[in-house]
Design a protein around this ligand. Structure first.
Ligand code: SF4
Length: 447
């Protein structure tokens, strides 16, 4: 797999270099049509990138610090690899967490390490679309690529998602504006519906905005399921439960049934409110119901650049998407038990490795306190509260800008990375591979 990673070429001083069709990994849209202008290892232009993508590329600078620190002191990479392997193999309950801003090649090695050390592997999915991951396992997923949406989608729904701010090119590149094979007039051929608890910036782009009562997504979705089945509903109860008139829901259902190709993009406004995985299950079940009338699909709007890759890699290595424990020698999936924020908050893990994430900045206080009390390794391209608290901290090259590899777009389509210029720091793939070699040596694995 290492050989499939495209390495960046070094710049000649003063020479202007153009990287065509580079991939932006700032959000789950993973736009792979960005033309980068590079001068003296600095990106001066990112053509076609949105405001977030431009900030990602143009503000990028290589950290001027040692590639590794042990207990806060500069150390050789060899010493850091050895210490990291020892921490992981000494632990009785080691956990590996993060991975949504790493390429698939590195994710794959991280899963292998978790397997060798009988540890837990978990990704940031457990704190964003974890409920959707559970729902996919329970209900299944009627899905499609973003290319199909661009070419066929005439009924575009967003539920609890605000792409105008979180995924700025979603509308223009994939879901609303493109003139598709079966939608020659682009935006004019599509109906856009936004369901949310507040009027976000995305509401401006909507033909229909439905403001639902906070924490009543489940009720709204089951209202639509009932209407899909043709059941009679009490208008007062529907209004009380959802905050929306029954007539509005009926009109929406009529439009959904009349569409040729519908898609519901859903976000954390659905998955992280009351109901959580039950909300995601309701939305996936509604999508399935709609296929009795027309073609309808559902897609989560994913945030991090390769969080979808993390779900895919962990799934194809273990059978489950996140929160997987190997303590018994085979994978077990139990969100709440093996998800990192919970494991740490209960004080259960005794060693850890975090990769491209910052739990010391965003986990609960008990979880942060416990993480600070155990030996752990952190890999990140930037200095963060987590790297500062780590026993071994690696500064790694930034994926997509300094290293190649593969990422998965939010629709599960793999996209290659085209790096712009090299970094003096190792990639997370390199660091993890070195740690894996040492872990195997300590454990006496010869294969
Ligand atoms: S939409 Fe997302 S992936 Fe595309 S350029 Fe903007 S930040 Fe990058």
């Amino acid at each position: 797999m290492a050989s499939s990673i495209l390495e960046p070429t070094a710049s000649v001083p003063g020479e202007l270099k153009i990287i065509q069709d580079a991939t932006c990994t700032f959000c789950g849209c993973v736009c792979d049509d960005i033309d980068l202008t590079v001068v003296d290892n600095h990106i001066t232009e990112a053509k076609r990138a949105c405001v977030l993508g431009k900030a990602w590329f143009l503000n990028h600078s290589v950290e001027d610090k040692p590639s590794c620190l042990i207990e806060g002191k500069p150390a050789s990479l060899e010493a850091a690899y050895d210490r990291a392997a020892k921490i992981l193999t000494d632990g009785k309950y080691p956990i590996i967490y993060g991975l949504s801003d790493s390429p698939c090649e590195a994710q794959r090695v991280a899963v292998s390490i978790a397997d060798w050390i009988s540890g837990t592997i978990d990704t940031t999915t457990s704190v964003c679309h974890g409920p959707s991951g559970m729902a996919f396992q329970g209900v299944g997923e009627v899905t499609c690529s973003l290319g199909e949406v661009a070419n066929r989608g005439d009924m575009i729904m967003f539920w609890g998602s605000n792409p105008a701010e979180s995924h700025p090119r979603h509308f223009t590149k994939y879901s609303l504006m493109p003139k598709g094979m079966f939608l020659p007039n682009g935006r004019k051929d599509r109906t856009m519906v936004l369901v949310d608890v507040r009027k976000t910036k995305s509401a401006k782009a909507a033909d229909i905005f439905i403001q639902i009562k906070p924490r009543r997504d489940f009720e709204g979705l089951w209202t639509l399921r009932a209407l899909a089945k043709g059941l009679e509903l009490d208008a007062k109860v529907v209004l009380d439960e959802t905050g929306v008139e029954l007539a509005v829901w009926k009109d929406l259902m009529d439009r959904m049934k009349a569409a040729k190709f519908g898609v519901i993009f859903f976000g954390m406004g659905l998955t992280m409110t009351r109901g959580k995985h039950a909300n995601s299950e309701a939305l996936l079940a509604l999508t399935r119901d709609m296929n009795a009338f027309t073609r309808f699909t559902a897609k989560p709007n994913r945030g991090h650049g390769n969080v979808t890759g993390a779900d895919n890699v962990v799934s194809w290595r273990t059978g489950y998407p996140f929160g997987v424990n190997h303590a018994r020698g085979y994978p077990r999936f139990n969100p709440g038990e093996y998800t990192t924020s919970d494991t740490l908050a209960r004080g259960e893990a005794d060693s850890a490795m975090t990769i491209a994430c910052d739990p010391m900045a965003n986990f609960s206080e008990p979880a942060r306190r416990h993480l600070a009390s155990i030996p752990f390794i952190a890999l990140d391209a930037k200095e963060t509260p987590t790297t500062r608290a780590a026993a071994v901290a690696f500064t790694v090259a930034t994926y997509g800008i300094n290293t190649g590899g593969t990422v998965y777009r939010m629709d599960d389509v793999p996209i290659p990375l085209r790096p712009a210029f090299p970094s003096p720091h190792p990639s997370d793939f390199e660091v993890l591979s070195q740690i894996e070699t040492r872990v195997k040596k300590i454990l006496g694995v010869t294969a």
